[in-house]
Design a protein. Structure first.
Length: 136
């Protein structure tokens, strides 16, 4: 079966429905995937871009961003790389005030067994139940 990697802009068109000629093409591709004629694939960088675009350009609030990203995870015929990390990061994003990318970093650090996170942006990780590396 043919695999097709889906970039951010297709999901944004699907979520926002603001360019009719493009949404028709996205819906056609999603229909092919739902019928099992193609296998769609996407990954974490696409979700980071979606979260950022929905927040900065479309001025969506956190709840709506969470709903949009979660809805993409549930699309039939879509394979998402690092799905378990994305799902946990989305849940952490929903429960806290963290940006989605920082929630993903926190979950990723735990998954790889890291004892701490080295960062200069310590305030971004304060409420994410991770230890920050102490520079000497």
């Amino acid at each position: 079966m043919k695999k097709i990697f889906v970039d951010t802009n297709l999901f944004i068109r699907y979520l926002i429905d603001d360019i009719p000629s493009q949404i028709d093409k996205v819906e056609y591709l999603l229909d092919l995937a739902e019928k099992g004629e193609v296998r769609l694939v996407t990954g974490p960088p696409v979700f980071f871009e979606m979260a950022w675009t929905l927040k900065s350009f479309y001025k969506m609030n956190r709840k709506r961003i969470y709903e949009c990203l979660s809805s993409i995870l549930g699309l039939p015929g879509l394979e998402v790389t690092d799905l378990n990390i994305l799902e946990e990061a989305l849940e952490l994003f929903r429960r806290t005030s963290a940006d989605f990318s920082d929630a993903y970093i926190a979950i990723s650090s735990k998954k790889v067994g890291a004892e701490s996170i080295a960062t200069f942006n310590t305030k971004h990780f304060r409420n994410l139940d991770v230890k920050i590396y102490s520079f000497k």
